[in-house]
Design a protein around this ligand. Structure first.
Ligand SMILES: Cc1cc2nc3c(=O)[nH]c(=O)nc-3n(C[C@H](O)[C@H](O)[C@H](O)COP(=O)(O)OP(=O)(O)OC[C@H]3O[C@@H](n4cnc5c(N)ncnc54)[C@H](O)[C@@H]3O)c2cc1C
Length: 621
């Protein structure tokens, strides 16, 4: 039987598990981490890192684009809900399943920068294909084995993956979405020390065609969660039980996978017993960079399409692009895309630089680019009007220029849900935002701490906070005299610096006021994260645009214009968020929302003539 033995983990246990699996130590500099503490380090991102790509990669990119343009029929893939063997084989021949795998194991040996650039290109054309390649390489077998695999595992499995054996990552279960503490797939050992896995996994991307899985399972005796390499073998109790279908990504080979006492050789554990979640989280630190890259690709396509359309389409006597609100939309889309590109490139480039720990930049890139990417597609649909809502096939049938805005919209919505939902990305960043405070003043924030423990901690708390807090004010005296090298953009850099210090102060004030309750103050913490992300994108855009201008790049002046527009928008956004820190309806809305959960507002819900509940949900029951 594949039934899961779910654990009824409390909120505290769920937090503890994530805490244990979190990387406690920082492996280098963290721009965002320091920003949260009011320490704005423009010098860490300027000159803007630019490792560049190899000639070999550029040759591959040309072939990839040619294949995408001429052999991948995205409309057919979307309409039939199938990739087609020719498409998957074509990617195999290109070596696209081994982009991140080193040459030693038959892969293309690309850097993370090159891999993400390829995904940006794919993202411009096709969400289904993006998901196929990304699920295989960013979370499937190649990533965890690259960092945690033994030599034997690498030889055996990376070689297969590079040759085109599709892989998948199986963590989610019917009862386990964002909260791994409930994980119910079990692993036990037989008399030889080999593992036996029993359980059911849900929404496993590539799962229905995968040869190999990374499976997360829990030992019921020790409660430890480990990661395993599992062959998709029906003769060994692996059942592809169901193929799931979605609003978008209609060809995604995603399903319910059941493990009925599947035997896994002891050498197939990845890392140590109990290290499963840590491996998954660490892998995702860089793995999740492919999604923002793909969002950048799609957004660039939207900007181009809307620019051309808005210049051509005449309504009310002039091109729609000249009506003020549409002009504003267009420039905001372009500026936002420049911001997305800057953040995505920054995180990806820094992932290749020794001495940086980019886990927060990667989370920010995932969250910020998926959210803004969605806004851009929504605006593109608005600007294209009815033609944005119409399918490519229908547009083509009427002889019109066929571009898949509605397909991109359907395909992209999931980006804010999988590989760490928007809320979970915020929570992860919020945790790191208060990390230093927990280290220094943990005793004051711990509801279980005794008075004695709190008193004992006071001297070290004072030793840190007095100079730190004073510094957050004093450093501001020098800000007006700094950053002149950024010319027209200098004011924006000064803004980022002052607001970073303000952010640190507000988080500190929040911790002082809410203390142990802070972990439940999501609205407060999410604002802090939103501000930090926006400031990071502003700084990244300025560093990049100014660098391009100084280097005499052809796009230098235009890039500065875009960064300027982006920062002007960013400044308003950030100051609105700051105002909301202390002027909000958080408590009132929480109380009203809880009353809603208790049924206070059910009068609003559908009723039949007798007054009985009559919703589709009630009907389904
Ligand atoms: C198309 C698709 C492909 C996928 N591919 C894979 C895959 O390859 N492998 C795999 O293992 N999984 C995969 N998933 C699962 C995906 O990662 C999960 O959907 C995601 O983790 C969210 O889990 P959930 O849908 O169960 O939502 P839930 O965890 O039930 O959350 C529901 C909502 O509550 C929010 N929420 C949850 N906890 C909190 C909190 N503490 N604070 C505030 N808000 C919270 C969430 O953000 C979300 O908005 C896929 C899912 C889909 C739909």
């Amino acid at each position: 039987m594949a039934g899961n033995q779910n654990v009824n983990a409390s909120e505290e246990q769920a937090r503890e598990l994530v805490e244990q699996s979190r990387q406690a130590d920082w492996e280098g500099k963290g721009f965002l981490k320091n920003l949260f503490l009011g320490d704005f380090r423009m010098d860490w991102i300027d000159p803007f890192p630019n490792k560049g790509v190899s000639a070999e990669y550029l040759e591959f990119e040309k072939k990839l684009e040619d294949f995408l343009k001429n052999k991948v029929d995205s409309v057919k893939i979307d309409a039939t809900g199938e990739y087609g063997d020719d498409v998957i084989d074509g990617f195999r021949k290109l070596g696209a399943f081994g982009m991140k795998i080193s040459k030693e194991y038959g892969g293309l040996g690309f850097t993370n920068v090159e891999y993400c650039r390829a995904l940006e290109l794919v993202g411009r054309y096709d969400g289904n294909v993006t998901a196929l390649l990304s699920a295989h390489q960013s979370i499937g077998i190649p990533s965890p084995l690259k960092y945690f695999g033994t030599d034997d595992q690498k030889k055996k499995y990376l070689t297969r993956c590079a040759a085109g054996a599709v892989s998948a990552f199986a963590l989610t279960e019917p009862d386990v979405g964002s909260d791994p503490a409930r994980l119910g797939t079990q692993v036990t050992k037989d008399e030889n020390g080999d593992y036996i896995i029993t359980g059911e996994k849900l929404w496993c991307s590539n799962g229905t065609i995968a040869e190999l899985f990374v499976v997360m399972a829990r030992d019921p005796n020790t409660n430890k969660i480990s990661a395993f390499i599992v062959e998709s073998d029906p003769n060994n109790g692996v059942e592809i039980a169901y193929r799931c279908r979605f609003m978008g990504l209609r060809a995604l080979q995603n399903g319910v996978i059941k493990f009925h006492g599947t035997k896994v050789p002891k050498e197939n554990i990845i890392g140590k017993e109990g290290a499963g979640l840590k491996i998954a989280l660490t892998t995702l630190n860089t793995g999740r960079l492919s999604i923002p890259a793909a969002c950048v690709g799609a957004s660039k396509m939207m900007v181009e399409e809307c620019r051309k359309w808005s210049a051509d389409r005449v309504q009310w006597g002039q091109a729609i692009g000249k009506h003020e609100v549409i002009t504003h939309k267009l420039i905001d889309m372009a500026a936002m895309t420049y911001g997305m590109e800057s953040l995505s490139y920054l995180a990806t480039e820094l992932s290749e630089v020794k001495g940086y720990d980019i886990r927060l930049e990667a989370s920010a890139a995932k969250e910020w680019c998926t959210t803004r990417g969605w806004t851009i597609i929504d605006e593109a649909m608005q600007i294209k009007g009815g033609r944005g809502y119409e399918t490519e096939a229908s547009l083509k049938g009427r002889g019109e220029h066929a571009v898949g805005i509605e397909r991109a919209m359907r395909d992209s919505r999931i980006n804010r849900i999988f590989e760490g939902s928007s809320e979970i990305m915020h929570l992860m960043m919020a945790r790191e935002c208060v990390d230093k405070h927990l280290q220094v003043a943990g005793a004051m924030l711990d509801k279980k701490a005794t008075i004695g423990k709190i008193l004992a901690a006071l001297p070290s708390i004072a030793a840190f906070y007095i100079p730190w807090y004073a510094g957050l004010w004093i450093r501001g005296l020098f800000t007006p005299f700094r950053y002149g090298q950024y010319g027209r953009l200098a004011g924006h850099v000064r803004f980022v610096e002052t607001r970073a210090r303000k952010l640190a102060r507000e988080v500190f004030h929040g911790m002082a006021i809410y203390q142990a309750k802070m972990e439940r103050k999501q609205a407060f913490m999410f604002r802090a994260v939103d501000i930090a992300m926006e400031l990071t994108v502003m700084a990244a855009s300025v560093a990049r645009a100014n660098g391009a201008l100084k280097a005499g790049a052809a796009e230098g002046k235009a890039a500065v214009d875009l960064a300027d527009v982006f920062c002007k928008n960013g400044r308003r956004y950030v100051d609105t968020k700051f105002a909301e820190f202390w002027d909000n309806d958080d408590d009132a809305k929480y109380a009203a929302g809880k009353a809603l959960l208790d049924g206070k507002f059910t009068f609003l819900e559908p009723k039949d003539v007798t007054g009985a509940a009559n919703s589709s949900a009630a009907a389904a029951k």
